[in-house]
Design a protein around this ligand. Sequence first.
Ligand SMILES: Cc1cc2nc3c(=O)[nH]c(=O)nc-3n(C[C@H](O)[C@H](O)[C@H](O)COP(=O)(O)O)c2cc1C
Length: 278
Amino acid sequence: MIDASKLYYNRYGKYSDLDLSQVDISPLLKSILSRSSVRKFSKKPVTKETLTLLLASAQSAPSKSNLQQYSILVIQDTSIKTEISNLIGNTKWALTAPVFLLFLADIRRNIKISNDRGYKHKNNNVDTFMNGVIDAALSMQSMIISSEAMGLGVCPISMIRNIIQEVKFICNLPKGVFPIAGLAVGWPDQKAPVSLRLPQDIVTHFDTYKEDNLDQKINEYDERVFKIAPILKEKQRHVDLYGVAQKGTWSENISRQLSVPERENFKKWLKGHGINLE
Ligand SMILES: Cc1cc2nc3c(=O)[nH]c(=O)nc-3n(C[C@H](O)[C@H](O)[C@H](O)COP(=O)(O)O)c2cc1C
């Protein structure tokens, strides 16, 4: 039997107060609890049949009103891969994966379908934007879970949004269609460590939102991260601005990351690309 208490420990860096060791968990739940992003892939290909089923798993995700406001772009052409690889800086490795996909929020298709049927589409707004993003994200997550359950490794790639204008031209993305993230998929060539998550008593709230003892709980989490997997100099954000952190903790690192605006022009870009955010 799979020991769930150990999987819990690996995810949080501490044991649960409950005895989880006797809970009979499925191989799928084990795969989810012990997952980690993979950034190095073997050359072994992913067959067309496997990819077809993974795409079906992506499309099996729930979708707001079954509006299915997303698309998935499978980048196969090596010249397109190379073009993106040359633009994406130190995320080049992602394009070496045998499968590289873009998950696209897509409000275009339903505007066209409505117009073709003589209706005026009156929902190009921030709610539709959000629904499209959620649909695309859930389909990506479905593919992540199914890929990892069969032993594949994956890594989502938001760096793709740093070169969104270039990707728009390279991949011929029409107005109303934009990538929420890329996804590299392939057979792992590394054993990536499980990364520690915030404890449940920070992230989960019962009945009402509570922030009791947040500072103390964050400090405890930082200590666990620091003990098990300190954030090393090379992984620390904005060392050029702030120097090397004395203590490579999660809270220090995310604070540094969030102190510098990222993708400031995204809203403007979306508006110019047919997405109305009113
Ligand atoms: C939307 C999204 C975008 C991401 N973009 C990148 C990326 O551009 N480059 C990268 O190396 N990892 C990327 N990641 C992976 C995260 O860094 C990773 O999930 C996080 O550090 C936790 O590690 P784990 O997935 O191994 O648990 C992304 C993850 C998500 C969900």
